[in-house]
Design a protein around this ligand. Structure first.
Ligand code: PLP
Length: 439
């Protein structure tokens, strides 16, 4: 399978090139040249299959031409050593719990898959060390660091804003050691992201080190996210609830929902998608007006969705570019919703009181959007993207509770924090990387 750039100004790439480079040379995002259609008999039979079995078939469709079958199966099975169950919240609304992985957020799936795939290419081709740079406001850094921990031939640098991530988040990437280095930047998340962007553009640095990114622009992180949409459908089908299924995705960079749109294109019968936003609602605005106006993000209590210029927007447009009216086609597939911090808090409070289900601030946007948009006779599933304990401070404030911290998170909190402090000055960061010893 070849991958083209959404900007159409770069040559087609192989899977390996697309994964190692991350972003295409023309700054576009890589897209598979075709989206394979799965047999309807497979879709109907999924309710009898395990998550791993389903994911192996989906992975085979995308990556089967490029990776030997047994190796690919191994990568998929190693990635999915945890479940993503569907849980009933109200009569017609289900939660797809994506937080049963090591860092209790959905990004574990993509990060683990990408780490294993990249590790495989490095071994196969005998590539020199690949360095993953990742800027984080909390969740991405932990998933990427844990996904790549101990993978030979890869070193990960996590850049995070000093004093601006919660202690629970910080310990998930500062206590690991081995091939993970935490860089504590005296600045904001935007400063961290600017440092990473400058690093990718610096010729001298790129001549010295092989650099790549691990956010949802990378096809190896983004495509595997389609696996759990199939698994969700299979579980609901088993309950007789999969007809006319509406799927709601709390969205920031729109990688997760785009993977769902890919699943639909592969033949998964999802009737409609809803993209749930917090106050960062440029996509909602696009649906309503047809005009896309990216802008700086604003801070909210669902901070993993504080994105003002969603990077996967280009992929959504590319999916429907053959249509005469792209905007109308996007609207046909996706509806939007947006919520203020107060509305998110009220949803968490009401849902807990009425159903006993504890939502995190991101999942709360998804649940509320289904409540607001779902016709009474339809069934919906929202993606619960993180465990509420990851946002303990916020959730406790809203509920007046003291929710327990799961053992997986407590484990990180016992480790010793190690980080390297840097200013937001690019030269300091560059020379730090230039002096890193190449293994
Ligand atoms: C990253 C993240 C999101 C947003 O996902 P996108 O793929 O960027 O749209 C939502 N919720 C949580 C908890 C996240 O960590």
């Amino acid at each position: 399978m070849k991958y083209y750039s959404t900007n159409r100004q770069a040559p087609m790439a192989s899977l390996e090139e697309a994964v190692v480079k991350g972003l295409a040379g023309d700054k576009g995002l890589y897209m598979p040249e075709r989206i394979p259609l799965l047999d309807q008999s497979f879709i109907q039979n999924m309710k009898h299959l395990s998550f791993q079995e389903i994911a192996c078939t989906v992975a085979q469709a995308f990556f089967g031409e490029d990776i030997e079958k047994n190796t690919l199966q191994q990568i998929v099975c190693d990635t999915l050593s945890f479940d993503t169950p569907v849980v009933n919240v109200t009569e017609n609304i289900y939660s797809l719990e994506l937080f049963h992985g090591p860092t209790l957020a959905f990004k574990d799936v993509g990060a683990r898959f990408m780490a294993r795939l990249l590790g495989y290419f490095i071994r196969k081709e005998g590539l020199k060390q690949v360095n993953v740079l990742v800027a984080t406001s909390g969740d991405t850094g932990s998933a990427v660091a844990n996904g790549f921990l101990g993978v030979e031939g890869i070193h990960v640098y996590v850049l995070y804003p000093k004093g601006k991530v919660s202690p629970i988040q910080e310990c998930q990437f500062t206590t690991l050691g081995q091939n993970i280095t935490a860089l504590e930047i005296d600045g904001t998340f935007d400063d961290c992201q600017a440092l990473v962007k400058s690093a990718f553009m610096d010729e001298e640095l790129n001549a010295h080190l092989k650099l790549t990114s691990a956010n949802s622009i990378n096809v190896a992180r983004f495509l595997p996210q389609s696996f759990y949409y199939f698994h969700a459908y299979a579980q609901l089908d088993k309950l007789g609830k999969a007809d006319q299924l509406v799927c709601c995705v709390p969205s920031g960079n729109f990688g997760n929902i785009t993977a769902g749109l890919f699943a639909q294109r592969m033949g998964l019968p999802i009737q409609h998608f809803i993209a749930a936003n917090n106050r960062n609602d440029v996509f909602w605005e696009y649906l309503n007006t047809g005009i896309y106006t990216p802008r700086p993000s604003v801070q909210t209590i669902a901070n993993a969705m504080d994105v003002g210029a969603p990077s996967n927007f280009a992929r959504i447009l590319a999916l429907y570019e053959e249509s005469e009216d792209v905007h109308a086609e996007v609207c046909k597939h996706i509806s939007g919703a947006h919520y203020t911090d107060e509305e998110i808090a009220e949803t968490i409070r009401n849902t807990y009181q009425q159903t006993g289900y504890l939502l995190d601030p991101h999942g709360a946007c998804g649940f509320q959007a289904l409540k607001d948009y779902l016709p009474e006779d339809a069934c919906g599933v929202f993606l619960e993207t993180a465990h509420p304990a990851k946002f303990k401070g916020t959730v406790d404030n809203i509920l007046g509770s003291d929710i327990p911290i799961p053992e997986k998170l407590q484990y990180f909190m016992k480790g010793e924090k190690k980080s390297i402090e840097l200013t937001k000055d690019f030269d300091a960061f560059k020379w730090y990387l230039m002096e890193v010893e190449i293994i």
